[in-house]
Design a protein around this ligand. Structure first.
Ligand SMILES: [Zn+2]
Length: 472
């Protein structure tokens, strides 16, 4: 974990030009692993101590387990930009992006003046969830170790997806204290730019914008290219999302997701709960930006050449694997349930995600039968679909294992539960080996990932500085 404090200037490109953003993105110093929650808090405390008068902090919420959540405010420009990490606590690239953004804004008067914004940075909105991922933060390149220490909250415990929803039969208002804190911030600041710091896992770089901003495409493509990272031109995360440019998607709304599932003849009620933070922020005309980055890159992620398999056959094949994965985990979970005594976050997540895997496979089979799926699948699509099966097996199998292990650690595991845990471990290890065999992936230096996210934030801020009154 080494991030230098100094910002070196090596070029005279006009501040805010694409060349300048590319240069700044490439100047992120080498980074080793991800900071723990305590290290992140200490880092921000140091930034604040070292830049008196430029940066201030205040408590904006309290986590469910009682941890104070802090926001840091930097500069005094005309616009208000809100940058929030930990919206998915299993996605920590943004921890370094938040640190690097805060440090460079404090150190570089020219940059601060050019962007003319007051920056509000919440390094982690879900410290409780973040702590449950710390086991893999020191060595994030090892996919097996990553998945074995992985924790993603159940959907109704994710800050990102627990904003209020009211659409047709979908209604959600079980807002968590962390989400309520973020809602209050969004309503107080009415930000011009809202960045929720997410990341993906495998493949290439892609982005979400809450509205089309064609002027941003150049920088969003140039920065990853300059760092040797492919764009992800395979499957979008949700098939209904609008594609603004290659690897740039509209954020979409929960109503669109609902209506899409309904159009497929799938009951949306099981899949639709809360809305996203970006959708909530859009009430103020805010531009929402998400930069999704993988830990591992793969040459297939950006290969749009055709395979000899139809898209429909691809969806049928990987959809069947997804269903089989869900059914295997559902069987383990059903046999474990009577033996479990601890209501851990891992168990809550398993109860939510395991049935979702079964349903995801069913949706893929419906999509496979659509006439538009008769075309040839691209290499990138094949890679996305196949890797998603590996990803979900490792993640959700890993979390179920942690639910079982928690009982062993607490001394409450009966002999049958221990045997069941050993069976689950054997299944998961086979999946880990299958994923490794399929691989061909390469670990990306963390500084490059942070550079892409940081560059995207700068590009959006430059655009807003140059387009006063653009708010729709
Ligand atoms: Zn995410």
């Amino acid at each position: 974990m080494t991030l230098h404090d100094s910002v070196t200037r090596t070029s005279s490109a006009v501040v805010g030009s694409t060349d300048d953003i590319v240069r700044r993105a490439g100047a992120v110093p080498p980074l080793d692993g991800f900071p723990t929650l305590d290290e992140l808090a200490a880092r921000f405390a140091r930034i604040e101590r070292d830049a008196p008068g430029l940066i201030s902090s205040r408590r904006v919420a309290t986590s469910r387990l009682g941890e104070p959540i802090t926001m840091y405010t930097i500069g005094a420009g005309a616009r208000h930009h809100l940058v929030v990490g930990g919206v998915h606590p299993n996605e920590p690239i943004g921890s370094w992006t938040a640190v690097h953004l805060a440090e460079t804004l404090c150190a570089d008067d020219e940059l601060r003046d050019r962007l003319d914004a007051t920056w509000h940075v919440v390094p982690s909105i879900d410290p409780d969830g973040g702590r449950l991922n710390e086991a893999w933060f020191a060595d994030p390149g090892d996919r097996g170790r990553y998945a074995r220490g992985f924790y993603r909250p159940a959907p109704d415990e994710q800050v990102e997806w627990t904003f209020p929803t009211s659409h047709k039969a979908a209604y959600f208002d079980r807002v968590m204290p962390e989400t309520l804190g973020l809602m209050r911030l969004i309503d107080e600041l009415r930000p011009d730019l809202y960045v929720s710091l997410h990341n993906g896992e495998m493949g290439g770089v892609y982005y979400y914008l809450s509205r089309p901003v064609p002027e941003l495409t150049e920088a969003l493509h140039a920065v990853p290219a300059s760092l040797g990272l492919p764009l992800d031109t395979g499957e979008p995360e949700s098939p209904f999302l609008e594609r603004y440019a290659p690897a740039v998607f509209g954020t979409g709304t929960i109503a669109e997701a609902y209506d899409y599932l309904e159009s497929l003849g799938v009951d949306p009620a099981a899949e639709i709960a809360g809305s996203s933070s970006s959708e909530y922020a859009s009430r103020w005309g805010t531009l929402g930006l998400v930069a999704e980055l993988p830990y591992w890159k793969h040459p297939d992620a950006d290969d749009t050449s055709a395979t000899d398999e139809s898209y429909g056959d691809l969806l049928r094949r990987t959809g069947a694997q997804m269903t089989a994965t869900g059914e295997a985990l559902a069987d383990l979970l059903a046999r474990a349930e009577p033996l479990l005594t601890l209501a851990t976050p891992f168990l809550r997540a398993s109860r939510a995600f395991v049935p979702m895997l079964v349903r995801a496979g069913a949706v893929d089979r419906v999509r496979a039968d659509e006439p538009s799926s008769a075309r040839a699948a691209t290499v990138a699509e094949r890679f996305s679909c196949e890797d998603l099966v590996h990803c979900f097996r490792l993640r959700y199998g890993g979390m179920l294992l942690r639910a079982l292990e928690a009982e062993a650690v607490a001394g409450t595991a009966t002999a049958p539960l221990r045997r069941l845990a050993a069976e689950a471990e054997a299944l998961w290890s086979g999946w880990r080996d299958a994923a490794a065999a399929a691989d061909g992936a390469e670990v990306i230096p963390i500084a490059s990932l942070v550079g892409v996210q940081y560059g995207a934030v700068l590009a959006a801020a430059v655009h807003l500085a140059d387009a006063p009154g653009e708010r729709p």
